[in-house]
Design a protein around this ligand. Structure first.
Ligand SMILES: *Cc1c(COP(=O)(O)O)cnc(C)c1O
Length: 410
């Protein structure tokens, strides 16, 4: 297997005569199809393969949801809507996208703090499950449903009293803006009995971007234990427990792919041995980046090359305004390089150390720092791998007034 800048794992890349092919096409063709400028390309076969790989090992009883915020491109959402068991949304815009994708409202859930009145009205009107984030939000939903003369389906989002260890982003445990503290949930359950509410169950999410099977197994054990105690406190049937997601993908040198087998085996055991109060419960895992992250690529071109006091710079038309997370400014503490390649020079033997920087007037606009790459020429296509999640939609595209990147699902 070819080694690229310390990234010893080239994910399903086809390399022919030293040239990278994505969805069967060279970078030049893809950039031409995009109209010349920087673009994101997502490979639908890679997305489907990812879903299939998850299903092949996970317990058949475990449902799979796609968390739209990882990649909200309508084509990607529609592509995944036909393959997963439900969609998770976190805004009115995402809700509308999910509804338009053909997903059934009963398979859509809406989480997120500070949902506004119009968002709650839309959710109730559409008949999706609202993952309730606070006592006040529950009261608001009840009032809206009561006034509309309908029953609103609600799940309580629980802020657990544990965290998912060694996660890229912790979103549970300790004080959190997300969810209702686990110890406060029993008191709220009595209110879910109201005429205008249909209680669905619990949403327990504790973190993201985790590559440790051990940490995930520990969190799942704790999640099932918490779900048991909450289900026993509930006077109502618990139809569904969303156990969160958190499965990560390797971005940086030295990171290894998460082994899914042990996580799946443990979930199998937990579901088979679930408590009596959870016998009729449907379990759901919600994933974003795990489904789309490795299926996406960011492409741009070398516009200028220069040496400044002994340091060589490749300057590109793509940058952090279109790919913030690659620049290291989206939640990373220390900047590390994503896997970046010169798409048409993969067979080159001679390497040199370069920095790749984008077109923005800020020292933050770094695509790669101190990376060992073949000697580049003006016009060479540069490709950032692992770019299918938290790319275009998680970037400050208006910064400096460059046009937005084209996005293609092929
Ligand atoms: C962001 C988020 C996800 C998706 O996280 P990934 O790391 O992309 O899998 C899932 N669920 C909730 C509640 C989230 O906030």
């Amino acid at each position: 297997m070819m080694k690229i800048s310390g990234h010893d794992r080239l994910n399903r890349l086809t390399v022919l005569d030293g040239r990278l092919r994505i969805a069967g096409r060279h970078a030049d063709e893809l950039l031409a199809m995009a109209g010349g400028g920087p673009c994101y390309v997502y490979d639908r076969e890679a997305i489907a393969a990812r879903v299939a790989a998850w299903r092949a090992v996970m317990p058949g009883a475990l449902k799979l949801h796609y968390a739209i915020k990882a990649n909200p491109l309508p084509a990607v959402v529609c592509c995944l809507a036909g393959q997963v068991d439900g969609l998770d949304v976190a805004s009115l815009g995402e809700l509308q996208l999910a509804l338009s994708s053909g997903a059934s409202p009963c398979d859509i859930s809406f989480a997120g703090p500070a949902k506004t009145e119009p968002e709650l009205r839309a959710a109730v009107a559409a008949g999706v499950t609202v993952n309730v984030e606070s006592e006040r939000e529950l009261a608001r939903i009840a009032r809206i449903a009561d006034a509309a003369g309908v029953r609103a389906r609600v799940a309580l989002r629980v802020n657990p009293d544990f965290a998912l260890k060694s996660s890229g982003m912790k979103m549970g445990g300790g004080p959190q803006p997300f969810g209702i503290d686990a110890e406060c949930v029993p008191a709220l359950l009595a209110r879910c009995d109201a005429e205008c509410l249909a209680f669905a169950g619990f949403h327990i999410y504790c973190g993201s971007q985790n590559l440790s099977a051990e940490a995930l197994i520990e969190a799942h054990n704790q999640t099932f234990e918490l779900a048991r105690s909450l289900a026993e406190a509930a006077q109502l049937p618990v139809l569904e427990v969303n156990i969160g997601g958190g499965l990560g993908i390797p971005y940086f040198p030295g990171e290894r792919e998460l082994p899914l087998g042990p996580v799946a085996d443990n979930l199998d055991r937990l579901i088979a041995g679930r408590a009596a109060a959870l016998q009729d419960t449907r379990f759901v895992m919600e994933l974003g980046r795990y489904l789309v992250g490795e299926a996406g690529y960011y492409l741009c071109r070398v516009v200028d090359i220069k040496v400044s006091r002994g340091r060589k710079y490749l300057l590109t038309d793509g940058g952090l305004h279109q790919h913030l997370s690659n620049s290291g400014n989206f939640g990373q503490v220390l900047r590390k390089n994503y896997p970046v390649v010169l798409a048409d020079k993969l067979a080159a033997q001679k390497l040199e150390t370069v920095d790749i920087c984008g077109p923005l007037c800020t020292p933050l606009d770094i695509l790669a720092a101190g990376m060992s790459l073949p000697t580049a020429e003006i016009g060479d296509p540069v490709v950032v791998l692992q770019s299918g999640a938290y790319g275009a939609s998680a970037s400050p595209q208006a910064f400096l007034g460059h046009p937005p990147p084209c996005e293609l699902l092929l």
